[in-house]
Design a protein around this ligand. Structure first.
Ligand SMILES: NC(=O)c1ccc[n+]([C@@H]2O[C@H](COP(=O)([O-])OP(=O)(O)OC[C@H]3O[C@@H](n4cnc5c(N)ncnc54)[C@H](O)[C@@H]3O)[C@@H](O)[C@H]2O)c1
Ligand SMILES: [Zn+2]
Ligand SMILES: [Zn+2]
Length: 389
């Protein structure tokens, strides 16, 4: 079958690889109908992780079950399903308690597994024609048959639940104000989730105009362009004070607004302009004393391309004194997709949510190399790319 294979920094290719096979009676094979490119893939794509060439990318997968292992009891050939990006077992302590992003069985020596991701276990990704799904009864969420809501349902694999998770990590309550840093797919979904959950005011910070416009149009958010000045001061001026809650949807490869060349329209990440602690410190400044920060943006214990030696070991210059002084709280980590995907699916089915507005491109798998390049450059208008084999 064809699959998107990592070749080394800034290079992916669509290659012929072995078809997946049932390896365990609890597996199913899914014929992929949609697999998305994610900002998380870009950390590997840019050579900013320990990923080695040969990994088949793709952790946001949906499709139709084509082969069913003997021990699978709830799925049949022909079922339309979407898989959480997490691979999890369902019966370890973390899974039992709902923390399926931290499963201790699927990736021995580590808490958490995923498809097509460095250090997340031996699970090839789904930017391919087919995918093996382990512990399939647990890991596949059934969808209504047909093609309806294909874009919206594909987002249940990661970014809609992850954006939602960002607001839950911040313990957002109805009527509260929130600042979301990053208007990539995850930030946009966090802002959309905040709107659904009844936030009173939503601020979304980025520098890419088309992304900020999407936040205004679809999330009733106030757009804060960090090219126009310190985003924290802009929010405090507009809101008349600090906000109740904050979400980091950027992560460690954050651009330092102070280093941006505002004469160009280049929005690509550049290690020379990065400051891995800037978003965390801006959140510490902008959230009111006793407020809470949700941090779904990715941080890593090792960064081979870090701007300095400390950051290379995942050690960041965080303003912990201010954090303590303000009595702030925070939540971090991979999204436990299974905590939310069933409910978000039902909101889509009932017409109460439709996150598909975030999708900018649906293209064939063959176009993956060009689309990785464009999405990595944060090109205007390239917000969320869906691949179709
Ligand atoms: N916790 C999880 O389960 C989980 C799941 C998916 C993605 N993620 C992570 O979430 C983050 C966002 O993912 P994405 O797909 O939206 O990626 P993305 O790279 O497309 O979006 C990040 C956005 O942040 C903006 N940005 C950069 N520096 C900034 C700054 N200083 N202030 C404000 N905005 C800034 C960029 O312009 C970009 O639009 C990534 O780190 C990704 O790895 C985490
Ligand atoms: Zn993802
Ligand atoms: Zn488990």
């Amino acid at each position: 079958m064809k699959a998107v294979v990592y070749q080394g920094p800034y290079e992916v290719a669509v290659e012929e690889v072995e078809d997946p096979e049932l390896k365990h009676p609890n597996d199913v094979i899914v014929d992929i109908t949609t697999s998305c490119i994610c900002g998380s893939d870009l950390h590997m794509y840019e050579g900013r992780t320990a990923a080695e060439e040969g990994i088949v990318f793709g952790h946001e997968n949906m499709g139709v079950v084509s082969e069913v292992g003997e021990a699978v009891s709830t799925l049949e050939e022909g079922d339309r399903v979407v898989m959480p990006f997490n691979v999890s077992c369902g019966f370890c302590q973390n899974c039992e308690e709902g923390f399926t992003g931290f499963c201790t069985n699927v990736n021995p020596g580590f808490a958490g597994g995923a498809y097509g991701y460095v250090a997340m276990g031996p699970y090839p990704g789904g930017q391919a024609e087919k995918l093996r799904v382990p512990y399939a009864d647990h890991n596949a969420l059934k969808l209504p048959e047909g093609r309806e809501h294909e874009d919206a349902f594909a987002l249940l694999a990661d970014i809609f639940p992850t954006g939602w998770h960002g607001t839950r990590l911040a313990d957002l309550q109805p009527g509260e104000s929130v600042a979301v840093f990053g208007a990539g797919p995850v930030g946009l979904m966090a802002a959309y989730s905040a709107k659904i959950q009844g936030a009173s005011e939503i601020y979304v910070v980025d520098q890419v105009p088309s992304r900020l416009e999407m936040a205004e149009e679809n999330c009733d958010a106030h757009a804060i362009d960090f090219r126009e000045g310190d985003p924290v001061e802009q929010i405090i001026d507009a809101h008349g004070g600090m906000v109740d809650k904050g979400v980091d949807a950027v992560g460690y490869q954050a651009t330092d607004p102070a280093d941006v060349d505002t004469d160009t329209e280049d929005y690509a990440y550049d290690p020379a302009k990065e400051n891995p602690a800037i978003v965390l410190n801006n959140l510490i400044r902008v959230v009111r004393p006793t407020g809470q920060l949700g941090i779904p943006g990715l941080y890593v214990p090792e960064d081979p391309g870090a701007p300095d030696d400390m950051a290379a070991q995942g050690r960041l210059g965080i303003d912990f004194g201010k954090f303590f002084e303000k009595g702030l709280k925070c939540g971090t980590g991979q999204c436990n997709v299974k905590q939310y995907n069933r409910y978000l699916r039902d909101m889509i089915i009932e017409g109460r949510a439709d996150p598909s507005w975030v999708v900018s491109h649906r293209v064939s798998l063959e176009e993956a190399p060009e689309m990785y390049e464009a999405f990595d450059a944060r090109e205007e208008g390239v917000t969320k790319v869906l691949l179709e084999p």
